[in-house]
Design a protein around this ligand. Sequence first.
Ligand code: AMP
Length: 542
Amino acid sequence: MLGLMQSQQLLISSLIEFAERHHGEGEIVSRRVEGDIHRYTYKDMAVRSRKVANALEQMDLAFSDRVATLAWNGYRHLELYFGVSGSGRVLHTLNPRLHPDQIVWIANHAEDQVLCFDMSFLPIVKAVHSRCTTIKHFIALCDADQLPADTGIPGLQSYEAWLGAQSSTYAWPSFDENSASSMCYTSGTTGNPKAALYSHRSTMLHALAGALPDALSMSARDCVLPVVPMFHVNAWGLPYSAAMTGAKLVFPGPAMDGKSIFELIETEKVSFAAGVPTVWQMMLGHMQAGGLRFSTLKRTVIGGSACPPAMITAFNDVYGVEVLHAWGMTEMSPLGTVCTLKNKHLTLDSAEKMKVRLKQGRGVFGVDMKIIDDEGKELPWDGKSYGDLLVKGPWVISEYFKGEGSAPLVNGWFPTGDVATIDPDGYMQITDRSKDVIKSGGEWISSIDVENIAMAHPAVAMAACIGMKHPKWDERPIIAVVKKPGAEVTRDELVAFYDGKTAKWQIPDDVVFVEAIPLGGTGKMQKTKLREMLKDYQLPTV
Ligand code: AMP
């Protein structure tokens, strides 16, 4: 017997309709590429998203055709999020930090029909447009009078002129909730990039789960600053959860430096911010240098790579801001776990609480996790056994776009490529990417643990641990370190800093000081590049 409830499709357009009706006056504030601050409301955004949809109809795009963006976090990008997906097309967020050749490859692979880009990316578009063979329309996200002449880009028009001619009336179509809504290519550290193709259903369920109190806890009383880019996994779903809850949205545009982010948090009274550790590192550096304090920020979600304990301490103990350590992947829309405490943790002393906060957290409802050994046997949730982490759920990938790469699922589970433990309370902790873990004398050393200790040293700005071939132990860890400007520390001082903080055999054999650690397009350390950089390095013979 079937239930007798209405079977309304879960569609992204319902978010914008809901936002307009229930919190139409809610504010959306953007620092623009032009440098100024732009303010409007959810109602304005809904009106302009309908204009986007009408403009796309006039371009004669088919259902599921791809509309690409090369854009920072801002209101025009948000209008495309809703206008493109809501009208049944697929929003393809291109990552402007990739090499132009990669952008060409990805745009052609996705068969993008339209490209909307911020003016800061005009040089990239000039360099790639003739090689993007499927793109028929180029739209610059600017006013008509800012469109430069003679760009050489065929048919280039300004976004404002494109929208200006459109009606603000549009009836959002209804269709199967499993239809594709947006796509994002993975960083592609090996082989060609592969695309995760999200659906309306997966996006809506993810937005609902992301807004829950023990996930990102979003409400109409929040003012949210997504520093995480809208070109990386839909800014962790924050634009959708914000429209669902009525949270005020603040977008940083291209100004991602510590000073600009801090200023925006203060002037807009941000209560909740989200970003990768490298962004917060810059902002904390700016605050420490100027003796600054937050007046409204209460929570920050940090993910994308492991959050060093020193950062959690700085936010919690120095600035009174709660850190929510979170873990996810492009293939998971991206939310997998969030580290919110349970009642039993509230009475722990701060050292014990820190041990919990350092973990990547508990599975958000909807995401199942398990860890397995090399033979595929499931390992216990004892907080000690570590193995390959597998996940499944309604917003986890089933296969890559166009079936690229090997079929990703193992008996219905997606292998994340991360190595993790899970404790009896369900808190998952990543020890490594499976390819980065260091195997020394038959034991595994977590490169993240080694990095976290170095990052706690006051002279260290960034640290990356990699394994080096060793004749006796198979591999031994070394640590590449970028010093803070003006700070000094020697190799021996840093090695001595590990004493008492970890087992002796887990202390790195050497420290290599470098100018910079190579970062990928989403701000993650690229250890393959670092290994290449240090290919002539020899371990000290002691
Ligand atoms: P991406 O798909 O580019 O977002 O990368 C996903 C990968 O980033 C994961 O598989 C992890 O290896 C890593 N990652 C994400 N969040 C965290 C975290 N909080 N701690 C450690 N690694 C993380």
